[in-house]
Design a protein around this ligand. Structure first.
Ligand code: NDP
Length: 682
């Protein structure tokens, strides 16, 4: 038997607090390149109901005790740990048919997603276990009845059912937002490449970083897993549209309204603009991008370009340029340094691709490649799941097949279009896609395509000479942006920064008085009690509390103040300097103080000037000037600690203050948030 270093003969699962072997020998998983056995796989004998319960009873409570910042810090440590072991993951990836470049896409992409979510958790979320979402909404005129949305973690398990093509990125991109939300995960990888996900989870378990129950792994079939779901669990599926349809309709999923997110195959498009003729940067970018998307991971990417639309008059040029580039892509053993495209994941996948190609050939002819044969470097072309890149050309874009049949391999169909309207219609024929791209230097054309195609897409890239240098390319989902598309693409959404976190939480609208709403959310809201006494700028974070306040003033604003400010800053706008012109201003009816003068005077009122725990003022947010300030008006400012966020790993944190500047009549003349950095001690 061929032995792959580091992979046990039978893959154990990590469930209910330990590694468990199946009760039978399972079925073989084969090396995509050599056809030898890599491992055997089975989930027989595993108690999947108990595994889910372990996640709910052990993982969930442990995670919910951590604040968002603590979860973010753990993710960062985990990402660093995995980064140290990535060479091992790259090496194992070769058995899945992946080149080194493909492996980096998968492994580094996954680790990068952990880093991105770690940073989001620590920068965008409070150092708390709940998170208020959106603004405070006044629900009555008197300000005693308010509403706000609150996000709390679901008390279930985020179940992942994953595809074979991203055995590292797939589990990590789903795990990161669930973990930040405080929800434990159970991963069921696709059997074909489960040995790589197994090693990933082994590395995570070995790190000892995560609370027990936060991550479990089931190698083998899903068995009765879904039967044990409860209303607090979630399912996140990636794979074929057929399986998605079946699982979505599972009686337990339906009965409990289980949140079900699907990311399925889609007929992604890329369109070349009519301006991008041969010789332009955009023409070359289009050809590059199409060849990359066809050959990276041997085209086994859910976002790869399947439909390549080009202006009818450019189709011969594009065909020729793409064919020339594809001819220079050596296919073969991904471990060989010359090889640019490896194998498909399995011989079964190759059969599937060949079957799909048969259907596609009813609509188009092959203009590059041979679906049944390929010359390979350093490998046996029959034992390994090798497949030639195949470019088809369908001169009639109205034929159904290219819009319906996905060959999940290095296959794309070139099609002509004659107008932007036709292009937008053709885009919609895919019935919903994950990703699309437009390559053009014509911003009006780009706008027409983006607006026309957006309802059918989760993500759209417009590529031109300006952004090409920094562009992450057509096929790369990004942690901060939506991944997932409507209709055929599964109808789901993953990632998208904090949206992906919120997906694992319940949004509850809480209606209450200001005092109660402050207590519930941990954030001071207008109308809640304040505490005056020692100046809050004298208090380090260890003593500062939400609601601590200072009321300072009054300070009378004189004509001299306004004239001085105008002269000193150079802001001599007529409303501050020209009595007659200002009198005719319909809003002011006379000289008014500069808004920035009001803000500056307020700072002069609330400051506590001696050295102390306040280290810096790093900005203002939500500044509004609400009532004009005239010479003779006197100003009072109330500054209240609104949100306190200690920064993990630093000896200071952020304090957001509510600032309300009022006039002698008690009217607010300016409202804003002051952002400061304050020492934890001292
Ligand atoms: P599948 O939909 O068959 O499998 C995807 C995942 O679902 C695997 O983990 C699989 O497990 C699991 N699964 C299958 N049946 C069930 C079930 N009844 N209950 C619970 N889990 C189940 O897709 P494949 O991986 O076989 O790929 C087939 C096609 O899907 C490809 O040719 C391609 O067209 C598309 N695809 C799309 C991807 C995308 O990212 N959108 C990615 C990969 C494939 P197991 O492996 O153990 O059977």
């Amino acid at each position: 038997r061929f032995v792959v270093t580091g992979v046990p003969t039978v893959l154990p699962s990590y469930v209910s607090g330990g590694w468990r072997r199946p009760s039978d020998d399972g079925t073989p998983v084969r090396d995509a390149v050599t056809g030898h056995d890599v491992a055997r796989i089975s989930a027989s004998g595993l108690d999947l109901g108990a595994a889910l319960e372990h996640g709910r009873r052990t993982g969930g409570p442990a995670l919910r005790e951590l604040t968002f910042h603590q979860r973010g810090a753990l993710l960062k440590a985990l990402a660093s740990h995995l980064r140290e072991h990535r060479d091992e993951l790259y090496s194992l990836s070769a058995h899945t048919g992946a080149t080194r470049g493909d492996a980096k896409f998968d492994v580094d992409g996954g680790i990068g997603t952990l880093f991105a979510y770690s940073s989001l958790a620590r920068r965008e979320l409070p150092d708390d276990t709940v998170c208020a979402d959106g603004p405070v909404l006044p629900l009555g005129k008197g300000g005693t009845f308010l509403g706000r949305h609150l996000l709390t973690p679901l008390h279930g398990v985020a179940v992942q059912i994953n595809a074979f093509n991203f055995p590292v990125w797939g589990p990590l991109e789903k795990f990161a937002p669930a973990f930040v939300a405080g929800v434990p995960t159970l991963v069921k990888p696709a059997s074909q490449t489960a040995y790589l996900t197994h090693r990933l989870v082994e590395l995570i378990v070995e790190s000892g970083l995560l609370p027990e129950g936060a991550l479990q792994l089931v190698c083998g079939g899903a068995g009765d897993l879904l039967d044990h779901l409860t209303p607090q669990d979630l399912v996140s599926f990636t794979g074929s549209a057929d399986t998605a349809r079946r699982l979505r309709a599972h009686p337990t999923v339906v009965r409990h309204s289980v949140r079900f997110n699907a990311e399925a195959d889609s007929l992604n498009l890329s369109a070349l603009g009519p301006d991008a003729t041969p010789g332009t940067v955009e023409f070359d970018l289009y050809v590059d991008s199409l060849v990359t998307e066809m050959t990276v991971k041997a085209g086994q990417k859910c976002t790869a370009i399947r439909r390549a639309f080009v202006p009818a008059e450019l189709i011969d040029d594009v065909e020729q340029a793409v064919a020339e580039r594809l001819a220079a892509v050596p296919v073969g053993n991904p471990a060989h340094p010359d090889v640019r495209m490896g194998a498909l994941a399995s011989l079964e996948q190759r059969e599937e691709v060949r079957r799909s190609l048969k259907a596609l050939r009813d609509a188009g002819r092959v203009v590059f490649g041979d679906p049944d044969h390929v010359d390979v470097v350093d490998a046996d072309p029959e034992r390994g799941a090798f497949c030639s890149p195949v470019l088809l050309r369908a001169d009639d874009p109205d034929r159904a097949e290219p819009h319906e049949v996905e060959a999940f391999g290095p296959v794309s169909t070139l099609m002509p279009y004659r107008s932007v309207e036709q292009l937008v219609d053709l885009a919609a024929r895919g019935q919903g896609s994950l990703a699309g791209s437009v390559v053009t230097a014509d911003a009006d054309f780009a706008r027409a395509v983006v607006l026309g195609a957006a309802p059918w897409h989760g993500r759209l890239l417009v590529l031109d000479a300006d952004d090409a240098g920094e562009s992450t390319g057509h096929g790369s989902p990004l942690p901060h942006l939506v991944h997932g598309g409507p209709g055929r693409a599964g109808g789901g959404q993953e990632l998208a920064g904090l949206h992906g976190v919120a997906h694992h939480m319940q949004r509850t609208s809480v209606q209450a008085s200001p005092a109660v709403l402050s207590a519930v959310t941990g954030e001071w809201v207008a109308g809640a009690p304040r505490r005056e006494g020692e100046h809050p700028f004298r208090k380090p974070l260890s003593r500062l509390r939400v609601g601590d306040a200072v009321v300072a003033g009054p300070r009378t604003v004189t004509s001299e103040d306004i004239a001085h400010f105008a002269e000193f800053t150079g802001d001599t706008f007529y409303a501050h300097t020209d009595e007659q012109a200002a009198a005719e201003n319909p809003l002011f009816g006379g000289i008014v103080a500069h808004g920035y003068l009001v803000v500056s005077l307020a700072a002069g009122l609330f400051v506590s000037p001696e050295p102390g725990p306040v280290l810096a003022n790093y900005g203002l947010e939500n500044l509004r000037f609400l009532t004009p300030v005239k010479p003779g008006d006197s100003l009072t400012v109330t500054l209240t600690a609104k949100r306190i966020t200690p920064r993990t790993g630093a000896d200071y944190g952020e304090v957001r203050w509510d600032a309300d500047v009022t006039n002698a009549e008690g009217e607010s003349v300016a409202k804003y948030d002051v952002l400061t950095l304050v020492a934890k001690e001292g």
